[in-house]
Write a protein that binds this ligand. Structure first.
Ligand code: DAK
Length: 257
């Protein structure tokens, strides 16, 4: 059992993963990142899990990399840093991932939230990349995913000043899809995950992959990928079922084939 994560499987089809190092605002140390990477790898293979919700506490989603642990690493240690493999593992997760963010999402915490496909935030959430204040810079996608999410000017401002943005600004610039009262953030994220979990699994998987392609490829290649994925889905039982259900005015029963 992981000791830096709380796991809740009480919502059908959904696994709710809660970061749990409350004494340090969920600072991401090697243990937590390793446990999270391992858990996502396990959920990847678990057919009963259709989508994952990732959250932290009311005060902090995560306040970044564990600065005390970072202080122990020199340049050589960073080159062989086991956390790099954890981040790579997390970024390969192919099922839908919804982040429910309350409080601080800073540094690695903001980067972790950006690994999610959808971010729902409490009104009190703060997103920031304060690494510059420590004489470093983001190292887990904070320059790449943030720029793609919020555009050049806001990403530059956040990374170069280290100043966080609030939830409303995060929503205005497209980092966050919805804002809720903090007590409902997780509930809303679970609702969204459940809505996705009811759809045809192959369609969800390929749609996610296709959307992510748009982040890192040119339009022609992205369109080629989309056409290919669309053609693959044309041959599925779930496509036949979806269309039949519509015509027969009933709810579809998807099988994932
Ligand atoms: N690490 C370790 N401990 C932390 C922490 C952190 N990031 N953030 C907070 N804590 C601890 C505090 O030290 C404090 O512990 P005690 O003093 O009680 O023992 C406790 O959590 C409560 O925090 P505060 O007392 O500071 O609470 P406040 O409400 O006053 O302030 C705050 C909250 C979030 C504004 C403040 O704690 C803060 O500024 N925290 C640091 C935020 C930060 O700079 N984060 C960026 C870290 S650098 C990598 C990839 C990515 C990264 C690194 C490597 N590779 C792929 C290798 C990422 C780097 C970063 O994220």
């Amino acid at each position: 059992m992981p000791d830096t994560l709380l796991l809740d499987n009480s919502h059908a089809g959904i696994c709710l993963v809660t970061l749990h190092r409350p004494e340090v605002l969920n600072a991401l140390n090697t243990r937590l990142l390793g446990e999270l990477a391992a858990e996502l790898e396990r959920l990847e293979r678990d057919d009963s899990c259709r989508a994952v919700v990732l959250t932290g506490s009311r005060k902090a989603f995560a306040a970044g990399a564990d600065i005390n642990e970072m202080a122990e690493r020199d340049a050589v240690g960073i080159l062989n840093d086991p956390r790099v493999a954890c981040w790579q593992q997390i970024s390969r997760f192919s099922k839908p991932l919804v982040a429910a963010v309350n409080g601080f999402a800073l540094g690695g915490g903001c980067e972790l939230a950006m690994h999610a496909d959808i971010i729902v935030a409490g009104v009190d959430a703060r997103f920031g990349q304060p690494e510059i204040n420590l004489g470093i810079m983001p190292g887990a996608g904070g320059t790449q995913r943030l720029l793609r999410a919020v555009g050049k000017s806001m990403a530059m401002q956040m990374v170069l000043t280290g100043e966080p943005i609030d939830a409303r600004t995060a929503q205005q610039v497209g980092l966050v899809s919805e804002i809720t009262q903090p007590e409902f953030t997780v509930e809303r994220a679970v609702q969204i995950a459940q809505a996705i979990a009811r759809k045809a699994p192959l369609a969800v998987r390929l749609a996610k992959e296709s959307l992510l392609k748009a982040m890192d490829t040119d339009l022609a290649s992205g369109l080629r990928f989309e056409r290919h994925a669309f053609t693959v889905l044309a041959a599925t039982d779930d496509r036949r079922e979806g269309i039949s259900a519509f015509r027969e005015k009933r709810a579809p029963v998807f099988t994932g084939r």
